[in-house]
Design a protein around this ligand. Structure first.
Ligand code: SAJ
Length: 460
């Protein structure tokens, strides 16, 4: 049945009951009213957190015809959204401006907007603390604000990657403190974000969307919601399953990257070209998926998400040994690279101390601008501490902070003047034949120069 506030709104006409209630004995319920709003695209959508996940999601629902309100703590972001000025690579400003000018998307820093919203997606960061414990502060503060304004007839979906149990153990009690009941008065789900920034093929609209609810009615509501704007929706039986799906996906990657990094260490010791091994193994048409060694594990997902799982399993008395081991191996790669550089310079009769080392690519992976957890920063810090004179090139990163110093990106031609050039991030825009021809010594951590065999090129 309807809660009193909803019944009052029906009475005053603020909520219009649709024909199906006027012509049949079917009583309007909180669920059926919200379903109608969602199915008719009249539901007022709220997206909390306007980053690389939230902003594309907001735009997709605005493009589907919903009225969308983006909520973000940073006025700089809300102002840029309202000005149709995108700061997310996957969303061109023209696309953003179109939905903003159509009145379908507006942004605010004021959480009281939740009062007038029917659905809320929470897309805030979930970093790790230095102790590798989950930092839930962003989720908690967003939910505390939402809880202040929660009302009957809402659908609330957490999208931030987190440990299994977060939605039902942390969010549910925060929201039910209002006296509202999940699955009856409001609907609560978890849906893992699967945004892959810069991916030209898979964007928010065409990435299958997994969603699991606190109750079956919650799952059904979440599934209906996403079906209005996204191509494929995958309902699962609970929020825990949905939370675990994401962690399996990214733990799978992290561990396989750790495996191939360990293969690289083994091959290095046995003087075997690990890149050739992987390339040949990848000819197997089934039962194998290539991963590649690298200078370490960067980004805001892969190095972090698995530790949300291992933190939770520890509490359940289970040691996530694969995660811990892969984390150790991946964490060793920057040191391995620095040793490679040191040995290569040594073979050229030069100490690291005082040598000019030019870094090619500092973003955490190719062709993007994101520096978060980038192994390049670890490697540069280790080299700086050994007395190297560092410069870098990265077309996506104009400047960076290193140990209190501000470094500006330099032209890649500097690779030809340095004592050693190090390819850490293999951006497509680098002129590799020219680098191979002009640099005295190159340490290539990405096999970017795979077609060049020369004594002055040292590979992982
Ligand atoms: N890396 C390797 N070897 C590999 C693959 C990656 O060393 O074979 C390194 C990268 O250089 C980077 C880090 O691992 O430093 C992470 O790379 P990633 O390709 O996994 O890229 P991410 O961190 O952007 O991961 C995202 C994830 N997307 C989501 O969590 C929604 C991940 O699930 C995607 O599979 C991945 O993008 C992707 O496939 O691009």
């Amino acid at each position: 049945m309807l809660t009193q506030p909803l019944a009052d709104k029906v009475q005053t006409g603020e909520i219009r009951l649709y024909d199906r209630y006027m012509t049949t004995a079917e009583p309007a319920t909180t669920a059926s009213i919200l379903e109608e709003k969602i199915a008719s695209h009249r539901a007022r959508v709220g997206i909390v957190g306007l980053g690389y996940v939230g902003l594309p999601l907001a735009v997709e629902f605005a493009k589907a015809g919903f009225s969308v309100t983006g909520i973000d703590l940073h006025a700089g972001k809300t102002e840029r959204v309202n000005a149709g000025d995108s700061y997310v690579g996957d969303i061109p400003s023209a696309m953003l401006a179109e939905v903003v000018q159509a009145g379908k998307l507006r942004a605010t820093t004021d959480f009281s907007a939740v009062r007038d919203l029917d659905t809320i997606n929470i897309c805030v960061p979930t970093p790790l603390r230095k102790t590798k414990d989950p930092d839930m502060s962003y989720i908690v503060s967003a939910c505390e604000e939402i809880a202040k304004h929660i009302h009957a007839g809402m659908l609330i979906i957490l999208e931030s990657t987190t440990y299994p149990g977060t939605t039902d153990e942390l969010l549910l009690p925060m929201f039910e403190k209002s006296g509202l009941r999940a699955g009856q008065d409001f609907f609560l789900c978890f849906s893992p974000e699967r945004v892959d920034p810069g991916n030209p093929k898979y964007q928010t609209a065409n990435i299958p969307k997994v969603v699991g609810g606190t109750t079956a009615a919650c799952t059904k509501m979440g599934q209906l919601f996403y079906a209005q704007a996204l191509g494929t929706v995958v309902p699962v039986s609970s929020t825990q399953v949905a939370e675990m799906v994401k962690l399996l996906e990214n733990t799978f990657r992290m561990i396989n990257i750790g495996l191939v990094n360990e293969m690289a260490l083994m091959c290095d010791r046995m003087d075997i070209n690990v890149w050739e091994v992987i390339e040949a193994a990848a000819t197997k048409p089934f039962g194998f998926m290539p991963f590649y060694p690298g200078p370490g594990l960067g980004g805001h997902c892969i190095p972090i998400d698995p530790f949300y799982l291992s933190w939770k399993t520890k509490q359940a008395g289970i040691e996530a040994r694969f995660i811990e081991l892969a984390g150790y191996i991946n964490g060793q790669m920057p040191h391995f690279v620095v040793d490679k550089i040191q040995n290569a310079l040594n073979d050229a009769g030069k100490p690291v101390k005082g040598s000019h080392i030019h870094i090619l690519g500092v973003a955490y992976k190719k062709d993007i601008e994101d520096l978060r957890e980038s192994p390049a920063l670890d490697i540069m810090l280790l080299l700086k501490r050994r007395g190297a004179r560092l410069t870098y090139s990265d077309p996506y990163v104009p400047h960076l902070q290193l140990d209190g110093d501000e470094l500006q990106a330099q032209p890649e031609a500097l690779a030809g003047e340095a004592d050693c050039a190090v390819i850490i991030t293999d951006h497509s825009s680098f002129d590799y034949p020219r680098i191979a021809a002009q640099a005295r010594l190159i340490v290539d951590t990405r096999n970017a120069l795979k077609d060049v065999n020369s004594a002055h090129i040292v590979r992982l």
